[in-house]
Every structure is written in structure tokens, then in C-alpha cells.
Design a protein around this ligand. Structure first.
Ligand code: 6PG
Length: 247
């Protein structure tokens, strides 16, 4: 459940203002990092404006691209050239426009034979990056996990009613049947192992689900994201309208 006393909520005028705020927030955090810094990208349409902004001046020239590693909270099991691919979305919006060292981008290998194999492979990639097989609550895997919010309350590919919601051991799972295309998703333990977990939610279409979430509906997958780090909600006024009206 969203404990407002432990989450920080920022409401900005519109999606562009949210993107500007989050781009600045990410840049400051990354610049403070001593060595490597990791960001988990969320998919869907909301964060596109953020990724595009980061690939433009001034962020493009101020962001420490060399030390930042990029991961994906979830992926659609489609070719990297497919319009549905989250990797393609982030590559077109940002990766293709800035200099990022080889090996700093960690896409899900959707060229593997099936989603389960791709999930296992991605879990190995995360464990290699972390340098251990087990998550240590005192040593978060990521610095920032960016998340979106679906109108049904899902986040990443943690969809209502799916088995992956109960997964506490695997770091990455395949989610088959929730959507027409198979999905690969990080599980709760991994998404929560981060210094910061930040939901970006904009647009009138998210008013109802956000009001349900902030109103205490504990059945929503996104309501059950806890974290040893800090939880942030970056909203625009459109999405937050019902929450503000106590709706
Ligand atoms: C995905 C995302 C998913 C997304 C929400 C919101 O792969 O689609 O990871 O969790 O964040 O569905 O999507 P929109 O930003 O398009 O509303």
C-alpha cells in the first residue's frame, strides 16, 4: 500500500514539466555517484518524453553517460526492431542520440528462442552486474528504478492475477498470456532492490487508477511495490486531479 508518509509525491503542470524535473533529478543523482550508476527504464509511452529530453541539450551534455548502466524493468518478447519493443523505444528516443559505452546498455535478449530462456538469461545478466546470487537488503542492486502505471494498476509486467505477483525468488520471470505478446519482467524483490523507485504517471487516463491507489486499494500490483530505498511519485496535474480532489 502507498504509505504517503514514506513516499515523496511531486505534481507538475504537465508531462513535459514532469520530464524536465525527472531528467534533472536523474542527472544530479548520477553526477553524485562515485563510480557506476544504474537506471532501470520503464516501457510504455509515458517515459518517452523523458528519454527524448535526456538526449537533448542541456541534459545530453551534462549527463555522465560513461558511468551509467541502463536496464529494462520489463520487455515485450518481440524483435528489437518491433514497434512494441521497449528497447526500440528507448534506443530511438535516447540511446541512438548519445555516446554510451558498449556494455552499459543491458537489453533483454528477445532473440533467444523463447520468453522463459530470455528471462533466465536476463537474470544472469543482473547477477553478473550485482556480483552475487542473492540480494542483500543493505546493498541495493540498482540506483534508480523507473516505473509506469497501467490503468489496471499493473507496473512493469506485474499484471493483476498473474503468478509472477507471488514470485519472491526469481529475479526475472516470463509472463505469458496477460498480453498478446509474451512479456519478461523483473520481479518484486528486484524492482524493490533500489536506492530510488520512481513512478512516472501522467495524463487524464490515469486519474482513476491513481485515486484508487492513493485511496488504499491494496489489490493493485503497483500498490505492493515496497522498497528499502525511497519511493517517489512524479505526476502531472491531469493524472493527479482525482487524488487532489480526494476523489
Ligand atoms: C510496458 C511498461 C508498463 C507501462 C504501463 C504504462 O512495457 O508497457 O513497462 O508497465 O509502464 O503499462 O504504460 P503507458 O506509459 O503507455 O501508459
Amino acid at each position: 500500500m502507498i504509505k504517503l508518509d514514506t513516499a515523496s509525491v511531486e505534481v507538475k503542470t504537465d508531462s513535459q514539466a514532469v520530464a524536465l524535473y525527472v531528467a534533472s533529478w536523474l542527472k544530479d543523482l548520477a553526477l553524485q555517484a562515485k563510480d557506476k550508476f544504474s537506471i532501470v527504464c520503464s516501457g510504455g509511452s509515458t517515459p518517452k518524453v523523458l528519454y527524448s529530453l535526456m538526449a537533448q541539450a542541456p541534459y545530453r551534455d551534462q549527463f555522465p553517460w560513461n558511468k551509467v548502466h541502463w536496464f529494462f524493468g520489463d520487455e515485450r518478447f518481440v524483435p528489437k526492431t518491433d514497434e512494441l519493443s521497449n528497447y526500440k523505444m528507448v534506443r530511438d528516443a535516447m540511446f541512438s542520440k548519445v555516446q554510451i559505452p558498449e556494455g552499459n546498455i543491458h537489453p533483454v535478449k528477445t532473440e533467444l528462442p523463447d520468453a522463459k530462456t530470455a528471462a533466465l538469461d536476463y537474470e544472469l545478466d543482473l547477477k553478473r552486474y550485482y556480483g552475487a546470487e542473492k540480494l542483500d537488503p543493505g546493498r541495493p542492486l540498482f540506483d534508480v528504478v523507473l516505473l509506469g502505471l497501467g490503468e489496471d494498476g499493473h507496473t512493469a509486467s506485474l499484471f493483476p492475477g498473474t503468478e509472477v505477483l507471488k514470485e519472491k525468488t526469481a529475479w526475472v520471470s516470463a509472463v505469458i498470456g496477460a498480453k498478446p505478446e509474451a512479456r519478461i519482467t523483473m520481479t518484486y524483490p528486484v524492482l524493490e532492490s533500489s536506492r530510488h523507485v520512481a513512478f512516472l504517471v501522467t495524463g487524464a487516463g490515469k486519474q482513476k487508477i491513481l485515486a484508487d491507489l492513493f485511496g488504499g486499494d491494496k489489490n493493485l500490483p503497483s500498490a505492493n511495490i515496497k522498497t528499502t530505498g525511497q519511493l517517489h511519485w512524479f505526476l502531472d496535474q491531469e493524472a493527479a486531479r482525482l487524488v487532489n480532489d480526494g476523489g
